[in-house]
Design a protein around this ligand. Structure first.
Ligand code: ATP
Ligand code: NCN
Length: 211
């Protein structure tokens, strides 16, 4: 059975850095990938756009294909979106054997030791780490040790286990961030071609991110 991958984020707004990375991750991992907006991200200021708006933008971005989907499970829960809770819920649904993958950018991965019950994540899923230009963060010694121990190439046998590997993915580098897009919109610029036209059309129509 194919691996099932979750790509969590704030997606405030979703952009081509997320979308192209998610697509290439689906290909490299031979997995179905769900983009999963966080309701209350645990370690950052709260999103600018409400959850419903972030879902609407994701759905607009993903229209016309079926390999990448949206998973709204964190929006249905109250309180902080701890990834360990989400993976426990998903593991309960798919059973003990299916390979699950949590996809994170390398900047998010570097912060893993600050996540709630971070070591339990390795018992629940594999972690695929996206290269991201402009981000070459140092890992803490404990994360470095896990990385050295668990590292697996995308085409190796990781999917024969349900969880536990760290799979670096050399996706096409796209130096795009939601912070930069919000700044441009706030300054009255058009962020065209950094994100899908359908997403920009909704932002424009609703006035999101304008100062
Ligand atoms: N251009 C990119 N290339 C690769 N990974 C990315 C890129 N942009 C975001 N990611 C990854 O996608 C996930 C969700 O990111 P997030 O929604 O916070 O986007 P962001 O652009 O980093 O937003 P912000 O600028 O608001 O922090 C994180 O794991 C992040 O590392
Ligand atoms: O579980 C945690 O403690 C935790 C701490 C920081 C981030 N996360 C998750 O990591 C994903 C990427 O976060 P962000 O802030 O880069 O959009 C998103 O799904 C967050 O919910 C999770």
């Amino acid at each position: 059975m194919r691996a099932l991958a979750l790509f969590g984020g704030t997606f405030d707004p979703v952009h081509y850095g997320h979308l192209r990375s998610a697509w290439e991750a689906a290909e490299l991992l031979d997995a179905d990938v769900a983009l999963m907006p966080a309701s209350v991200p645990p370690h950052r200021p709260q999103p600018f756009a409400p959850a419903g708006a972030r879902v609407e933008m994701l759905e607009a971005a993903l229209a016309g294909q079926s390999r990448l989907t949206v998973d709204e499970r964190e929006l249905r829960r109250d309180g902080p979106s701890y990834t360990v809770d989400t993976l426990r819920e998903l593991r309960g649904e798919v059973g003990p054997r299916r390979a699950l993958v949590l996809i994170v950018g390398i900047d998010a991965f570097a912060g893993l030791p600050t996540w709630h019950e971070w070591r339990a994540l390795f018992d629940l899923a594999h972690i695929a780490v996206l290269a991201r230009p402009g981000h070459e963060p140092a890992f803490t010694a404990e994360l470095d040790a896990e990385f050295a121990r668990r590292r697996a190439a995308p085409d190796s046998a990781w999917r024969e286990s349900p969880a536990g590997a760290i799979v670096p993915l050399a996706v096409t580098p796209l130096e795009i961030s939601a912070t930069d897009i919000r700044r441009r919109i706030g300054a009255g610029e058009e962020p065209r071609f950094l994100l899908p036209e359908a997403v920009w059309a909704r932002i424009r129509a609703q006035g999101w991110y304008r100062r």
